[in-house]
Write a protein that binds this ligand. Structure first.
Ligand code: HEC
Ligand code: HEC
Length: 325
């Protein structure tokens, strides 16, 4: 008799827990989708791949105690303040400058990759390894981070066994919590203008002087990696970086700049600005000939030759933008 009462009570307890759990889960889902701008409405059936994938990285206040938590926080610091951290820890000033330029990952992946609209890094541990045409091979998350180190950061790779690389992977894995492997992330690859209007460098220069110098300085050298990063010159990204393509630079500017007034520039203005910025001198990537080994090299990579053509007045922007096909 006592045993069966315990059993029934236990059973009821388990059932009520499950019901509460289901209710809480539903509440969470509707709260999350309600916050999402492009969230499907009731009449619109959600596409299965996007359903449930929300940009809700866990808080850094909740990292676990112990070595893993320490690595995650170190990874955050390295991502958010890359140049200052790595240069401060280098053996000499020269070593620091060779190690990395004056940018941080945050210079392009705002808020250490936590901001959905600015090339967010949330979910990266769920999509890598993946095939990258530029490399012509399967690229791991470690290799992808190093890709931005040698191009966007115009610096040196982390060694395979560098604990800082592990820390960055730990951080990116932490902020990807809950995102299933292979998920299609709606916020990925958004800063890429599909149809770039033919630019005018002169108009871009004029607009730059009006709207951008407060943070990025008249000579493009910037005011700080997280307040106004260097857009050209020695301390900026090299011409092998993704953002050295007109389409990516124009898309980035349109979606994110000027800070506080994102999405107010027209496609034409963003294109003019991108053409102006990418026509200025910047470090060269030494291995252009090794990129895109399987073909499909984009025509809008602003290399030294193209910068020279802009100076000479011989550049054919429609060819650069692939409009002459
Ligand atoms: C000057 C701008 C810039 C800086 C600085 C930069 N990145 Fe990037 N990063 C980009 C762009 C642009 C892309 C997208 C490239 C593309 O679409 O092919 C990208 C892509 C990535 C990706 C892959 C994203 C995806 O969706 O596949 C990772 C991971 C990444 N960056 C990590 C980093 C890390 C870590 C740092 C700092 C060490 C860093 N980046 C610094 C511009 C930058
Ligand atoms: C109020 C300050 C501010 C203004 C004005 C501003 N930016 Fe930025 N810009 C930033 C900050 C801060 C970042 C770093 C990323 C972030 O926090 O979103 C950035 C990043 C960038 C980047 C990517 C990083 C790099 O080194 O290439 C580009 C390109 C850029 N801005 C272009 C522009 C252009 C073009 C304008 C003018 C239309 C502009 N910005 C106006 C503050 C500003």
């Amino acid at each position: 008799m006592r045993n069966s009462t315990t059993f029934i009570l236990g059973f009821l307890f388990v059932v009520s827990l499950a019901v509460i759990g289901m209710m809480a889960n539903q509440l969470k889902v509707s709260k999350e989708t309600a916050n999402q701008p492009g969230a499907p409405t009731e009449t619109e059936a959600p596409t299965p791949q996007v359903a449930g994938i929300t940009h809700t990285p866990p808080s850094l206040d909740d990292v676990p105690e112990g070595p893993l938590g320490e690595a995650i926080l170190r990874g955050y610091e390295l991502t958010n303040d890359t140049s200052n951290v790595l240069r401060a820890e280098a053996a000499s000033v020269e070593d620091g400058e060779a190690r990395v330029n004056a940018l941080s990952c945050t210079s392009c992946h705002a808020g250490a990759g936590l901001e959905e609209e600015t090339s967010s890094l949330v979910g990266m541990s769920a999509v890598y390894p993946m095939f990258i045409g530029r490399s012509g091979q399967i690229v791991t998350l470690e290799e992808r981070i190093n890709g931005c180190m040698v191009r966007s950061m115009n610096g040196q790779k982390f060694a395979d066994d560098d604990e800082d690389l592990d820390a960055m992977v730990a951080y990116l894995t932490y902020i990807s919590e809950g995102i299933p492997v292979g998920a299609e992330l709606p916020w990925r690859g958004q800063s890429d203008m599909k149809d770039v209007p033919t630019p005018s460098v002169a108009d871009g220069e004029e607009l730059y002087q009006q709207s951008c110098i407060a943070c990025h300085a008249g000579d493009g050298s910037g005011t700080g990696s997280n307040s106004g990063p260097a857009l050209w010159g020695d301390e900026s990204f090299n011409d092998g970086a993704g953002i050295a393509r007109v389409s990516k630079m124009a898309g980035y500017i349109k979606n994110n700049m000027p800070i506080g007034a994102a999405n107010t520039l027209s496609d034409q203005e963003a294109s003019d600005l991108a053409a102006f910025i990418l026509s200025q001198d910047r470090p060269e990537w030494g291995k252009h000939d090794k990129d895109w080994p399987g073909g499909g090299r984009p025509s809008d990579i602003m290399t030294k030759e193209l910068r020279q053509q802009v100076k000479d007045g011989t550049v054919d922007w429609d060819e650069v933008l692939g409009k002459n096909k």
